[in-house]
Design a protein around this ligand. Structure first.
Ligand code: ZN
Length: 133
């Protein structure tokens, strides 16, 4: 699949980052099951723990618009290299993904890696673990 549009949207979303404390801007774009694109950026807070990452902002945006699965998520940090999702975001990505979901780790508009959920969070704790008795 061609992810150029999703990558461009993640780059655009990064411009809206509210990151006065870390000065580390992150942008994300989710392709929802409805084939619409939902944007997210990191939103920091003076109470650091209240900060929300770009990936979760984008996923929550997709969920709030009626999606329950994501087809893909692209994210880009503020470095010259690849920025991977943090541990909390990996857990949230798993919640709304399946084995076909692509996680696109973007270095720049021409260089990116495509990962699957099993690669970024092997052995993830999921809803099915709660069903085991
Ligand atoms: Zn995160």
């Amino acid at each position: 699949m061609d992810y150029n549009i999703l990558i461009q949207k993640a780059i655009e979303a990064r411009k809206n980052s509210y990151s006065p404390y870390s000065n580390f801007k992150v942008g994300a774009a989710v392709l929802g099951e409805d084939d619409n694109i939902y944007l997210g950026c990191n939103v920091e807070n003076a109470s650091y723990g209240a900060t929300n990452c770009a990936e979760r902002t984008a996923i929550f945006n997709a969920i709030a618009n009626g999606n329950r699965k994501i087809k893909a998520i692209a994210l880009i940090g503020d470095t010259k290299t690849y920025t991977y999702p943090c541990g909390i975001c990996r857990q949230v990505i798993v919640e709304f993904s399946d084995e076909n979901t692509d996680i696109i780790i973007v270095k720049n508009e021409n260089e990116y890696l495509v990962k699957k959920v099993e690669e970024i969070l092997p052995g993830a704790f999921t809803k099915k673990d709660l069903d085991v008795q």
